[in-house]
Write a protein that binds this ligand. Sequence first.
Ligand SMILES: Nc1nc2c(ncn2[C@@H]2O[C@H](COP(=O)(O)OP(=O)(O)OP(=O)(O)O)[C@@H](O)[C@H]2O)c(=O)[nH]1
Ligand SMILES: [Mg+2]
Length: 492
Amino acid sequence: MDFQNKDNEQKYQADVQHINDLINGSIDAQRYAWDATAQQCAVRIEQIKNLINDKVFDDSSEGNGEQQDIIKLSKDLSAFLERCASPEFQVALVGTIKAGKSTLINALLNYELASTRVTPETAALTKFKKADEDFVQISFYTDQEWAALWKSATSATNTVFVEDYNKLNADAEKSRWLNQPTQTMHFNDREELKQEIERRTSSQHPEHYFVKEVVVGLKDFDLPDGVVLIDTPGLNDVVTFRSDITRGYIARANAVFMCVKGDSLTGEELQTLQRVFTNTKGKINKVYVIATQLDTLNNPKSDWEKQKVEWTKYLKGDNCFKSEALVQSNLVPVTAYLFTLLEKYKDNRLTEDEEEFTLRPLLGKFRIRARELNARFAELEEFTNIRPLFHKLQTEVVAKHKEDLIDDIIKTYDSHVEEIKKLMAAKKTAQQQLIEDSKKSLDQIQAERDQRVKELEQVQEDKRELSAVVKQLKNATTQRVEEVIAAIRNKN
Ligand SMILES: Nc1nc2c(ncn2[C@@H]2O[C@H](COP(=O)(O)OP(=O)(O)OP(=O)(O)O)[C@@H](O)[C@H]2O)c(=O)[nH]1
Ligand SMILES: [Mg+2]
């Protein structure tokens, strides 16, 4: 571009340099160093995000509607970068209220960390993962999120949420917790850690209403780094705001364990199953239907065999697994509570009461007398099926977790690149128009030039030119984004 005003030319050059700095500047590629492909994708996206977030790209003064799209895109790109920086392979345990999700998590962790109860219990999403030391991290709702949750709770036909909230006098606690920054507590003692989780997630405590998410880091978590087990509130939670969060996790999860009580594939369960399959399109083989609490059947072994035939008829259908073979491998029966009792018995951690009134009556279901327990321990443990499920989790579900994560990152990256390309094409057309317009105006001003006083003429000329410079600059920015995209294409 030819400049008549030296200052304008300098400004233009400085801004072009600024754009180049944004692209080549201070990106911390080490954040994404866990994998070379993820790093490449993340650095490219971060370059583009820096460009589109910069003030030279801001069209708001022109009232351009595309600015909203840019803001949304920028948010999506930030979320993508977060995923690239701390990748999580999520295994979500979902199901209706009281399906036994938390009890199953405890059996898989081999420690009763998630709180379980006969009444609706898990209110906040709880994530378990491997860490260098045991910790609990609590995040709280913001005012805005709370307003949305409260609206959802008060508009629900079922009033139980509001009644319980009032009963626990939770409103008096509200200001203490909303908007609080995330808190992290480290523990040396497992029981203390357990109490902390209970205090924050159990429906018995008023503050649980304001807890958005709990992350539990465990030293002896027996799954690879990056794998996260997620305990979720029931999908039939009366507050749709909360069940919607769980639904979001189903869509995002890398694998879903859908817990269904072994004695009840009822209408509600079927409906919930349906929703899970709808939300996990394309990942059917990563859905596991876990039949829970088999010991509650009158005759656990033979009753389950009969139930299984019935369940299979439904699950092999087009709305679910679409194949009987997949049902055979992905329908897994468990008895998590019995497993935990047996583990405690083996390690002498059962109280006398638990042994007498909880374990013994259960043995009756299997026609095992108390004195036969040691001899038939292995048979009972085998029936709980927890170890085979854990083995499946290790070998089938998370064995290729890194590859799956990268696959996911590449797919998301490609879809973002498509989105960026579309937005840039629209923007470029608009900018070309603006440049043409500003040149046309310049000619008009020149035609009137002779009629005006010389200095005034010069001032207006400079102003026009400056305007053209700004437009040109925006064009240059778009051009650079396109160049980055072209580089991406070459990479592919
Ligand atoms: N007998 C028996 N009881 C079980 C089993 N699993 C869970 N329970 C009981 O069922 C009740 C509900 O279990 P939870 O694990 O809290 O169920 P949940 O799905 O996490 O429930 P919410 O968090 O409220 O949705 C508790 O009283 C458990 O002790 C099992 O395998 N056998
Ligand atoms: Mg629970």
